[in-house]
Design a protein around this ligand. Structure first.
Ligand code: SAM
Length: 251
């Protein structure tokens, strides 16, 4: 294929060749991995913990279940799931990025989690698991980084068991114009500044802010889930729609 015919996609607000996005996203997460948890707490004022707690409460996960936490990163959800599924169950923390996986593995070991958690390096677009494997799949703040989101959702649908549920926790579209303006100011000015001061990495945090704006809004994402086969899809806005939790089932 000629260069000028090459397919492109967005990387934040930039347009780049589609086949370069995975590497561009990888560079961001290699760069932020070591400071990821502390930055999460600082940037959200700790509120990401409430969003994640709510996600767990909506998961329906019980002892003995098999859970996939895709784009699981440093393992916040995996840690909670590992306690819920117990010794009869299993949680797989899958992530494309080995730096994030390493931070996650060390953190879970420090919390005494052993035995029922497995770490797998995988791309959400091509999950390396058999059909109908998981009772629950979560992807938290991961989907917006994936190049082909529909392909990833279809891959999640395939590996979910009939009766299982998918939960997508992601930044979304604020419900009010006023909140939107305040949030824009925060994410485009304050976020890169905090990234520079705390992690010496303004660029990565600028990408994070831009990628949030480029992510499909609540209704669009729900439609994408419907399209690949999820049923009874719904979403709940949190913090005025800054974040939304989408839910869908496979029957
Ligand atoms: C913002 S972090 C979220 C980590 C964790 N889920 C959380 O909520 O704290 C996004 C994660 O998505 C991962 N990621 C990006 N693209 C991916 C892909 N195509 N497949 C799997 N993981 C991906 C990154 O490596 C990173 O660890």
């Amino acid at each position: 294929m000629q260069d000028d015919q090459k397919k492109t996609t967005h990387f934040g607000f930039k347009e780049i060749p589609t086949d370069e996005k995975v590497q561009a996203v990888a560079n961001v997460f290699h760069s932020v991995a070591a400071k990821y948890d502390i930055m999460n707490d600082l940037m959200s004022g700790g509120v990401h913990r409430l969003w994640k707690r709510h996600t767990i409460s909506q998961s329906g996960v019980r002892a003995g279940n098999k859970v996939l936490d895709i784009a699981g990163g440093t393992g916040d959800l995996t840690l909670k799931f590992s306690r819920l599924v117990g010794s009869e169950g299993q949680v797989i923390l899958a992530d494309i990025n080995d730096s994030m996986l390493k931070v996650g593995r060390d953190k879970l070991a420090n919390h005494g989690v052993v035995g029922n958690v497995k770490f797998v390096q995988a791309n959400a677009e091509a999950l390396p698991f058999p059909d109908n494997t998981f009772d629950c799949i979560t992807i938290a703040f991961g989907l917006r980084n994936v190049t082909d989101k529909s392909k990833a959702l279809a891959s999640m649908y395939r590996v979910l068991k009939p009766g299982g549920r998918l939960l997508v926790l992601e930044f979304s579209k604020p419900e009010s114009e006023m909140l939107s303006q305040v949030y824009d100011h925060y994410s485009f000015r304050l976020l890169p500044f905090m990234g520079k001061v705390i992690a010496n990495d303004a660029e990565s945090y600028r990408y994070l802010a831009e990628s949030i704006r480029m992510h499909p809004d609540q209704e669009t994402l729900k439609g994408m889930m419907d399209e690949v086969g999820f049923e009874r899809t719904s979403y709940q806005n949190m913090t005025g729609g800054i974040v939304a939790l989408h839910k869908g089932f496979k029957f």
